[in-house]
Design a protein around this ligand. Structure first.
Ligand code: ATP
Length: 215
């Protein structure tokens, strides 16, 4: 425990293809709940565990910029896109840790991402370098058996002050009612000529229409 650390920063990685109200709900809710200095949205260059994005990196960055335009605590960080190599989270967290040696870091993961965490490259190192905040996502449940369940039992903590007084190493679970929205459903609706405008910020919706991204 260390009382002279900076206010924690969260890292929220994703494909953001496109960013939607589910992402924004999570980022804003956690920023306040854990008194985070800011939440950095980190779009990946090339996802390691899934199919590539449909929108280009530039389009995903543009959409993020529209989405956080009026949100001073939400920042975009293009370090993975600048790297232009497969986006391993351990590389990203290591970079943050080097630059912010006195700042507790928190990696935000929806439960769906947490379920696969033990397959991530060097996941033990990630957990040494930062905290993890697992956030509830509709229709997903915390695993009760297997590697991630063991990690959760070993490192879980409910005390927010532990996050503020240590650089990393704890796992927090944030039960919330984030909206049942996914980028996949949004892309599908555009492709079928349906109208998903209620699922994402209006400016992002108009950007997608203007550039014909998912049609
Ligand atoms: P896709 O449908 O293309 O897989 P997605 O909607 O899951 O996309 P991503 O950019 O892949 O969005 O997700 C980034 C992170 O945001 C992940 O940790 C994911 O679990 C989390 N997330 C996305 N949508 C929600 C939501 N509605 N509630 C909680 N977490 C979410």
């Amino acid at each position: 425990m260390n009382n002279s650390l900076a206010q924690p920063i969260a890292i929220f990685g994703g494909t953001f293809d496109p960013i939607h109200h589910g992402h924004l709900y999570v980022a804003l809710e956690l920023q306040q709940a854990y008194n985070l200095a800011e939440v950095r949205l980190v779009p990946c260059w090339q996802p390691v565990h899934r199919a590539p994005a449909i929108a280009t990196a530039k389009q995903r960055l543009d959409m993020l910029a529209w989405a956080v335009k009026n949100e001073p605590k939400l920042k975009i960080d293009d370090c993975e896109i600048q790297r232009q190599t497969p986006s391993y989270m351990v590389d990203t967290i290591s970079l943050f840790r080097k630059k912010l040696s006195n700042t507790p870091l928190c990696l935000i993961l929806g439960i769906d991402a947490w379920i696969g965490f033990a397959e991530w490259h060097s996941y033990e190192i990630i957990l040494q370098l930062c905290h993890i905040i697992i956030v509830q996502r509709p229709f997903y449940f915390l695993p009760s058996t297997g590697k991630v369940a063991k990690l959760f039992q070993q490192y879980s903590n409910q005390d927010v002050s532990a996050m503020h007084h240590s650089l990393g190493g704890y796992i927090f679970f944030h039960p919330t009612t984030s909206p049942n929205i996914s980028a996949t459903a949004i892309r599908d609706q555009f492709a079928k000529n349906q109208d998903p405008r209620h699922l994402l910020p209006e400016s992002v919706y108009h950007y997608i229409i203007k550039h014909g991204i998912y049609h």
